[in-house]
Design a protein around this ligand. Structure first.
Ligand SMILES: [Zn+2]
Length: 40
């Protein structure tokens, strides 16, 4: 699992692969910054 942080609203999204957009504010995926990778 990887953790992506939205640079716009600061929401943290946990996903296996990069989300299409921020589920909180709807920002484009290039606003989502990979923060941490957790290996399963
Ligand atoms: Zn956002």
């Amino acid at each position: 699992m990887a953790v992506f942080k939205c640079a716009v609203c600061g929401a943290v999204v946990e996903a296996r692969c990069k989300p299409g957009k921020c589920k909180n504010c709807g920002a484009e995926k290039d606003k989502l910054v990979k923060e941490e990778t957790l290996k399963k």
